[in-house]
Every structure is written in C-alpha cells, then in structure tokens.
Design a protein. Structure first.
Length: 504
C-alpha cells in the first residue's frame, strides 16, 4: 500500500518526472511555490505534449497565507468565424482551424508571476528549454499516449495542413532522446518577451500563418485576451471545504454534486445519482460567459435540496443536454506560505492538429466543446466555450492544499470522488487517489475500474445502473494532492500515470 510523502520546506506533485524536477530546481534557486508551479507547467508543455502545449489554456488557484486567489486564462473563439461557417458541416468541428480559440496559458504564467513570483521570469524557462533542446527520455505513460495518438492522427489527419503537426511530434524514435527544437526556440522568445505572444513577433507569426492557410484568429483576438482574477467558490461538506473556480470551467459541478449528496442518505448509489443530477443540471445552463446570478442560481441550496429529495432507490435515465458531444495536465506545488493548484490543456490530447511551422506551437481545440443547437453554450464569435479545466483546493481536518484530477468530463467526478474518499470515507490522501473510480457517461451508463468491489457493483446493477468495467486507465483521470499540515507538507500522487513528487 502506498503512503503519502512528507516534506518540511517545499513540494511539487505532477504527472511527469522531468517536469517535477523542473519545479524542484526553482525551489533550490530560492524560488517560491508560484515559481515552481510555472516552471513545472512550462516543462510539461515539452515532456507531456500529449496533453498540453504552448497553445493551451490554463487555470489556477493560489493560497497565499491562507487567502485564496483564482486565475482564469481561457481564450475566446475568433471574431472572424461566423456561426454559419463554424457549423457548415452540420457537426461541431474537432480538428483544423475552426475549433481553435485564443491560447491562454502564456498569459497565465506571466500574470501569476507578476503578482506572486520571486525569481526572474526568464529563469522559470531554463529547465524546459534545456529539455526541449537537448532531449529527454519519454516517460512510460506519456510514451503509450504518444504511440496511440500517432496511430490515430496519422489515419485521421490526412489534409496537408496537418503535416507540420505530424512532423513536429511523430517523426522521431520515441525510445531515444526526444527533442523539440522549435519548441525550445519559442520558449526562449517567450522568456524574453512574454507579451510578444499576444502583441508582438510570435503573435504576428501565428496570425500570418492563419491568414495564409484559411485560419480565423486575428491580431485583435490575441490583443484582447486577458487572464482574469477570480474569487474561488466553495462548499462545506463532510467536515471539509472544497474550492473551485467559477465558470467557464466546470468546477461548480463538483460543488453541486457535494451539496446534493450531503442532503441525502449516504450510499454509493445515491452518491452516483447526486453526481448525475449535478451534471445534468449544469449542462443545461453552463456556458463560457456565465454571470454571477446564473452561477448562484445553479448553486442555490434550496435547489440542491430539491434534487436530493428526488433521488430514488433506482437509477434515473437522464437525457444529456450536451447531446451533440463528441488531455490535460495538472500540478500542485507548495511551500510553507504559498500553495498552488494549476491545470492546463490543449484538449483532446494534442488539440486541433495544427502546429505553426517553425514554432512548435500546437493549438488547442477548445471550440470543440461548443454546441450547434440553441443553448447557452451555442457557438458564437468572440465567445468562451464551456471548459473542462478546473483546478481544485480543499481544506480538511488534516490540512489545506491543492487537489486536482485531470481528464475531460472526469474532472468534476474525480474531485468529487477523491474529496469523498478522504473526508467521508476516511482514507488518507494517497489512498483517496488510489481508490478505484467510476465515470458517469450518459443515461444509465457508469464505467468503473476493474478493481472495484464486485459486491458494490452488483448492488449498483440491482439499482438499475448500466455498469461497464473498463480497463482504459486514461478515462478515470490522474490526480495530485498536497496538504499543508501542522507538521509540514503532505503529498500524494497518481498511480494512473508517471506521477512524481519532488520535495525539499
């Protein structure tokens, strides 16, 4: 049985070993948890490019002396891309230029550093640039993801516009030292001039490429992008508090699920039904531009009580409001004063399958989360989509700190389950991450990991749940936790990936 790790001064927990070491190096140079988090995030664009990149979005929750700050950097759809053009195929586009939204990660790195960083900004790029230029050995789980992606993308992405993407990531031996030379050059440019990504040379390089090849983002789209400081939302349940960012991320689904579940009788069946009700209610109303009044209406305790009262002893078959539905990295860092929960992603692995030649910049495809039907999340120009990314944070009797589980629509489900494992079921934070998980799909379908207790599954089947034992590890998310306790720092990492903790 794995146990949590202890540290007195500093800790980094993430899904890839080289990136965790990059964060540790910042602590060794005298940096704080914010410096370590940004350096880790930058390194992950290199070493786990299956899930994120320079063209990603990013979100964070930072606790400084106990006060929590949220930061959201999610881009909008192009102003020049009309609904008619976006929807002309009759389906939400997944690859190519149409689903590309303005990348937000670079803006988050700089905005977060400006407020809380200690080391010079360019120092945070040194490990990632070295890894990209000199090469590194790809971690086992990342390699499997790259091999799987290569097989899929080479069959699906047949248009010439995707060739720079295929050449960038899949034209070298994955068993040797893996390099990303163009990526290294671009990181060096961002280190020297981060604003240039949105209003300088790098921005112009991207826009010129879009203009010449049928893309839609323009100079004004990049210049208008801003990272937004937010106050995290929270719910108290089962003796602890879970914190999530307001939309356009989906963190409020985890908060709603907890609030419904704590108002009904405890059982695995009712735990799942509470999650289903939170998800369905959220997908009816959630969109990228939600106002405070809409958020509070969704989180209304009276509505949560009504939802709890509607739960019966048999599973309910809900219609998914995202009926048109068609990778992410998470990290946590902490020192005695600052704790950081940070998540970033290109979405659907590598994103849109578009790389700007000579830059290594792989663009995200967050526009694939828009809907075409009449709905608050219907596509429109200059609009943020419903976003899956959600950094978490929790206060518990054991301590306070960042918690996150990455993986598309698994994210609120992972936060919910890990929080319950620790607070309601009494597991330590490592056991809370390692425990088998379920994934609510649609209707009555619930996927479960093979290790799930057979007796519990039989009870769920009798209650009407359509249980599917699924050995696809990636479906169930990958998480990290660090708690600041009275005795120091306590960390746990994920068994479902190359989870690594570095500490001082």
């Amino acid at each position: 049985m794995r146990t949590p790790k202890n540290a007195s001064h500093a800790m980094v927990a993430t899904s890839e070993p080289h990136a965790a070491k990059a964060g540790r190096q910042m602590f060794e140079k005298g940096g704080n948890a914010v410096d370590a988090a940004i350096a880790t995030a930058i390194a992950l664009t290199v070493t786990e490019n299956t899930s994120n990149g320079i063209g990603a979005d990013a979100f964070a929750i930072v606790s400084v002396g106990g006060q929590k700050f949220g930061l959201s950097s999610s881009g909008k759809s192009p102003e020049a891309l009309s609904f008619e053009t976006f929807s002309e195929s009759g389906k939400v586009p997944r690859f190519g230029f149409k689903p590309i939204t303005v990348p937000g990660a670079v803006k988050l790195w700089k905005t977060l550093h400006d407020r809380f960083g200690r080391l010079p900004f360019d120092t945070l790029f040194d490990p990632a640039i070295e890894l990209a230029h000199q090469g590194f050995m790809v971690a086992p789980t990342v390699k499997k993801g790259m091999q799987r992606a290569r097989d899929i993308y080479q069959k699906v992405l047949t248009d010439d516009i995707h060739q720079p993407f295929l050449n960038t990531f899949f034209n070298q031996d994955l068993d040797g030292r893996y390099t990303l030379k163009d990526h290294a050059k671009t990181l060096a440019m961002i280190a020297e001039d981060p604003d240039g990504f949105y209003a300088g040379e790098l921005m112009q390089t991207m826009v010129d490429y879009f203009k010449s090849n049928g893309g839609y983002l323009r100079e004004d789209d990049f210049r208008a992008h801003a990272a937004i400081w937010q106050t995290p939302l929270s719910i108290q349940a089962f003796g602890g508090t879970l914190y999530e960012l307001p939309p356009n991320g989906q963190g409020i689904v985890a908060l709603k699920a907890l609030d419904i579940y704590q108002r009904t009788t405890a059982s695995l069946h009712r735990e799942i039904e509470s999650l289903k009700r939170a998800f369905v209610a959220g997908k009816k109303v959630m969109h990228g531009m939600m106002q405070d009044a809409e958020i509070q209406q969704y989180l209304d305790p009276a509505h949560s009580q009504k939802e709890a009262d509607l739960i019966r002893e048999t599973a309910e078959d809900f219609i998914d409001p995202f009926s048109e539905d068609h990778g992410t990295v998470y990290l946590a860092t902490a020192d005695p004063e600052i704790q950081v929960s940070l998540i970033q992603s290109n979405y659907m692995g590598y994103g849109a399958g578009i790389v700007v030649p000579g830059t290594g910049i792989a663009l995200q495809n967050r526009g694939a989360n828009f809907l075409l039907k009449k709905h608050p999340n219907q596509y429109a120009p200059g609009k943020k989509p419903y976003h899956t990314l959600m950094p978490g944070f929790m206060d518990t009797p054991d301590g306070s700190g960042p918690m996150g589980v990455m993986g598309g629509f698994m994210q609120p489900q992972g936060h919910y389950q890990v929080f319950l494992n620790h607070l309601q079921k009494g597991m330590n934070i490592q056991a809370a991450l390692d425990a088998p998980r379920y994934y609510y799909d649609k209707g009555l379908k619930v996927d479960v990991e093979p290790e799930y207790d057979p007796a519990a599954l039989e009870a769920l089947k009798k209650a009407g749940h359509a249980i599917h034992v699924n050995d696809q590890v990636g479906l169930f998310g990958r998480g990290q936790i660090i708690l600041k306790t009275k005795d120091g720092l306590l960390g746990a990492t994920e068994k479902r990936c190359d989870g690594t903790i570095e500490s001082l």
